[in-house]
Ligand binder design. Structure first.
Ligand SMILES: [Zn+2]
Length: 501
C-alpha cells in the first residue's frame, strides 16, 4: 500500500496557486457496427462473441471505415463549434497492451477531423464559462481485461487474467479541451459542469447513450498548479477514466490539494497517469505518462484519407438539434420558470419528461405539477430516478386529459397513476379494472344529495342564510356515498341549485 498523501487545505490551495485544467473525454458512439469492421456494437454480451479477424487484429485482415461514425464525428465537431477538416487521415498509435490485439490503436494524430471549437458551460449560479476545444478525433476502443482471483479486481494479487475483445474496435470520439485557466477555486466545478454540458450535447445529438456508469462516456482530467504570479505551467498529472460527474469534481479537487502540499513542501510533481478511487475520493499513482514520441505515430497505410465534402458538412449542420443550453432558455420562457425553479427541475431530471408530457397534450403547468409532486414522491418511495419510473410521459398526459374531461377526479387520477406504476396497464385499463368512473349522472348525484340533506336537516337553512361553506358537509357525504367517484365541483353546484330552489 502506498502511504496516505499529504493534502493542503483547499482554501489555502486557491490562495497560493492557480489551477490549470485539461479535459479529455472519450465517448463511445452508438453506431450499429464497430469502427473498422461489421461486428455488432453493443454493450456487454458473452465474452468474445462480437469479434472478427479485423477487430481481433489477425494478420491480413483489413479495416474499412464506418461511414456512420464519420458522420457522428462531424456532427459532434459542428455542435462544438469546430472547424471540420477538408482532408484528414488515421494514424497508428503504437503500444503494447494485452487488450489491444493489434499492438497499435487506430486513432488520429496530427490530422483530427474536427478542431478549434468551444462549448459554453453554465455553472450552478448561472455564470457562463467558455471552454475552448482543441480537437475532436476518431479512434477505436480497446478490449477489456478481467483480473481474476484477487480481492480488488485489479491486476495486483490476481491469479490470472481474462480478455474480452467485444469492445475492441468500438467507435470512439476523443474530445480534448485547450488548457482551461483562470477558474481559480471553481476549477473542480467547471470540470464537472463541462462534462455535464458535453454529456447533454451528445445526448441531444443522439450519437451515444452517454452512460458514464457503463463507460460509454469517460473523462481523463489533467490537472496542474501554478504558484500565484508564476508564468509557466506546472507539471500535470492525468487522472484516468473518471466515471461519474461527481467523481470528476472530486478528482480535480483532490489533485489540487495533493499537488499543492507537495509543491509547498519543496517537492516536484511527477508527470504520470493516476487512478481515481471511488471509495475515498483520492487518486493513486499509475504509470509514468508517455509522451507522443513514445507512441511512434505514423499514418495508417490500410485506410484511405477522409475528405468530407463541404456540401456534406453543411447538410450535416442542418441535422443539428436545438442545443441544450438554447433549449433550456426557451423552455424557461415558455414555462415561465424562475432560475431556481428551472434548476430544481434540472436537478430532479424532470425537464425532458415534462417536455414530452407537454408534447403529448398537457399544459406545462399540469405536466410540471404531476412530475414534481406526485411522481417525484413515487420515485422517492420506490428509490429510483424519476425517468426510471414505469410510466411514460404520454400516459401522464392521458391521465391529465381524463381529469380535464371530468372522467377522473384528482384523487382518482393519483390512484390511476399508482396502478400504472404497479404494472396494471395503461391509464384507461387501470380505470376499467379498478372500476373508476366519475359519476356524471346528475340524477344519481341529486339522489345522493337529497339523502345527505335529509340526514343533516340544519344545513339547508345555513346555506340559504348565505353560509355557503356549510355545503362542504353535504359534498363530503355525497363523495362518501359515491366512493369518491363524483366530481366535487359539480356536486357543490347541484347542492346550491337544490337548496336555492
Ligand atoms: Zn470485428
Amino acid at each position: 500500500m502506498t502511504a496516505v498523501a499529504e493534502l493542503m487545505d483547499y482554501a489555502e490551495v486557491v490562495e497560493r496557486f492557480d489551477p490549470v485544467l485539461g479535459l479529455e473525454v472519450h465517448v463511445e458512439l452508438s453506431t450499429n457496427t464497430k469502427m473498422f469492421c461489421g461486428c455488432e456494437n453493443v454493450f456487454g454480451g458473452e465474452p468474445n462473441t462480437h469479434t472478427c479477424p479485423t477487430c481481433l487484429g489477425l494478420p491480413g485482415s483489413l479495416p474499412v471505415v464506418n461511414g456512420k461514425a464519420v458522420e457522428s464525428a462531424i456532427r459532434i465537431g459542428l455542435a462544438l463549434n469546430c472547424e471540420i477538416a477538408e482532408w484528414c487521415r488515421f494514424a497508428r498509435k503504437n503500444y503494447f497492451y494485452p487488450d489491444m490485439p493489434k499492438n497499435f490503436q487506430t486513432s488520429q494524430y496530427d490530422e483530427p477531423i474536427a478542431f478549434n471549437g468551444y462549448l459554453d458551460v453554465t455553472l450552478d449560479d448561472g455564470e457562463i464559462v467558455r471552454v475552448e476545444i482543441e480537437r475532436a478525433h476518431m479512434e477505436e476502443d480497446t478490449g477489456k481485461s478481467l483480473h481474476v482471483g484477487g480481492a480488488t479486481g485489479r491486476i495486483h494479487g490476481a491469479e490470472h487474467s481474462l480478455l474480452d475483445y467485444n469492445r475492441a474496435g468500438v467507435p470512439l470520439i476523443e474530445i480534448v479541451t485547450k488548457t482551461i485557466e483562470g477558474t481559480g477555486e471553481r476549477a473542480p466545478e467547471v470540470a464537472r459542469a463541462y462534462v455535464s454540458a458535453l454529456r447533454d450535447l451528445l445526448k441531444a445529438l443522439d450519437v451515444s447513450d452517454v452512460r458514464m456508469d457503463q463507460g460509454s462516456l469517460r473523462c481523463d482530467a489533467n490537472v496542474s498548479l501554478m504558484a500565484k504570479g508564476a508564468t509557466e505551467f506546472g507539471t500535470r498529472t492525468e487522472t484516468k477514466n473518471v466515471n461519474s460527474l461527481r467523481s470528476v469534481e472530486r478528482a480535480v479537487r483532490y489533485e489540487m490539494t495533493r499537488q499543492a502540499a507537495i509543491l509547498a513542501g519543496g517537492g516536484s510533481i511527477k508527470q504520470e497517469t493516476r487512478h481515481f478511487q471511488e471509495a475515498d475520493g483520492s487518486t493513486a499513482s499509475g504509470r509514468t505518462k508517455e509522451t507522443a514520441e513514445d507512441y511512434r505515430y505514423f499514418p495508417e497505410p490500410d485506410l484511405v484519407p477522409i475528405a468530407p465534402s463541404r456540401e456534406w458538412v453543411e447538410e450535416l449542420r442542418g441535422t443539428l438539434p436545438e442545443m441544450p443550453a438554447v433549449r433550456r432558455k426557451r423552455i424557461q420562457q415558455e414555462w415561465q420558470l424562475s432560475d431556481a425553479e428551472l434548476r430544481d427541475l434540472l436537478n430532479l431530471g424532470a425537464v425532458d419528461l415534462i417536455a414530452a408530457t407537454v408534447d403529448a397534450g398537457a399544459t406545462p403547468a399540469e405536466a410540471r405539477a404531476w412530475w414534481v409532486a406526485t411522481l417525484a414522491q413515487e420515485a422517492n418511495t420506490r428509490e429510483v430516478e424519476l425517468d426510471a419510473l414505469p410510466i411514460t410521459p404520454a400516459q401522464v398526459a392521458e391521465i391529465i386529459a381524463l381529469v380535464n374531461s371530468g372522467e377522473l377526479t384528482n384523487k382518482l387520477a393519483k390512484q390511476v397513476a399508482t396502478g400504472v406504476l404497479d404494472g396494471e396497464g395503461s391509464p384507461r385499463e387501470v380505470v376499467e379494472k379498478r372500476g373508476f368512473k366519475v359519476v356524471n349522472d346528475d340524477s344519481a348525484l341529486l339522489a345522493a344529495i337529497d339523502e345527505a340533506l335529509a340526514a343533516q336537516p340544519d344545513i339547508a337553512g345555513k346555506i340559504r342564510d348565505g353560509k355557503v361553506a356549510a355545503a362542504g358537509a353535504i359534498v363530503g357525504s355525497v363523495m362518501k356515498a359515491t366512493k369518491g367517484q363524483a366530481d366535487a365541483k359539480r356536486v357543490r353546484e347541484l347542492i346550491i341549485e337544490r337548496v336555492g330552489s
